[in-house]
Design a protein around this ligand. Structure first.
Ligand code: UTP
Length: 291
């Protein structure tokens, strides 16, 4: 069955970026001149998915405005004759169909996904976390969709992480079935240091069978008192089956302050207009700190 819809959970509190997130959703933080959420929507569109389900919260409606048509801005740019920017602005509101639902309390990622149940319906769907940015020759979501097409099972993105970081992630135990592909036997959310069953961490890209919703509905609160997607995935692995694919690409954790800065440097260096100035600035800074 074809995957037509992508859920983007964006209702979290963004506490690591307070006080900025008191008024600006972290999903709208700039990646050079585009909001983070634009980067992951581009990934979904490049992977062939054009229906976005946005899970939002009170105070975050600017995200819906961002994807809406802005006639005032468009006529302003038209009058100014700024055709390039006019085209960019037009593309944003026309590239994807957006539906949104509110998560009334930030009860965790699993709960945020459950909020999208009625909008998803009874079909497999994708989930992208907007603070996990992955720059890849083939979009990460497309890599997952390939495996889904071959197995017909839910698929998660995996990345190998060092031993001292496993406690920060959902970690899998699994059987390798081919290069970079695992049949997942179990998932554990944020295992205490030294107890992780592997170094394979789940990163924010998923293709999920609709059966995940009934598992989420009956899911007890887990780590941090939140309804964890990882716990429902663990149940799904034991019943329907879940695969994991070690994706190819560079990942930045933009939900973390240093990660967001690194992502901005990475994407700035990809911009021919900005890269020379940034490199010069960094070289000057390094020279000063070495003195
Ligand atoms: P994070 O845990 O990174 O986001 O969730 P957070 O809770 O907003 O950030 P901190 O830890 O307080 O700084 C990953 C994604 O899941 C969404 C977030 O908005 C983010 O895009 N999320 C998280 C929800 O939609 N609802 C939740 O209850 C929790």
């Amino acid at each position: 069955m074809q995957v037509r819809k992508v859920v983007i959970p964006a209702a979290g509190m963004g506490t690591r970026f307070l006080p900025a997130t008191k008024v600006v959703p972290k999903e709208l933080f700039p990646l050079v001149d585009r909001p983070l959420i634009q980067e992951v929507v581009d990934e979904a569109v490049a992977s062939g998915i054009n229906n976005l389900i946005l899970v939002t919260a009170r105070g975050k409606s600017a995200m819906e405005d961002y994807f809406d048509i802005d006639p005032g801005l468009e006529s302003f740019l038209e009058r100014k004759g700024d055709k390039g920017m006019l085209q960019r602005v037009r593309e944003i509101s026309r590239m994807i169909q957006v539906a949104s639902v509110r998560q009334k309390e930030p009860l965790g990622l699993g709960h945020a996904v459950l909020c999208a149940r009625d909008l998803v319906g009874l079909e497999p769907f994708a989930v992208i976390l907007p603070d996990d940015l992955i720059d890849a020759a083939k979009p990460c979501l497309a890599q997952l969709l390939d495996l889904f097409a071959r197995t017909g099972k839910s698929v998660v993105a995996l990345q190998e992480v060092p031993d001292d970081q496993t406690h920060m992630y959902g970690i899998i135990q699994g059987q390798k079935t081919e290069a970079g592909v695992y049949r997942v036997e179990s998932f554990v959310e944020k295992p205490p240091p030294g107890t992780a069953p592997s170094n394979l961490a789940v990163i924010g890209r998923y293709i999920l069978a609709p059966g995940i919703f009934s598992l989420l509905e009956s899911q007890e609160r887990g780590v941090g008192g939140e309804i964890q997607l990882t716990d429902a995935l663990n149940s799904l692995a034991g019943t329907d089956g879940v695969y994991g694919v070690v994706f190819e690409g560079l990942r930045y954790d933009a939900g973390d302050r240093l990660g967001l800065l690194k992502a901005n440097i990475h994407y700035t260096l990809k911009d021919d207009m900005l890269a020379p100035g940034l490199l010069q600035f960094m070289a000057d800074k390094i020279a000063i700190t070495k003195k």
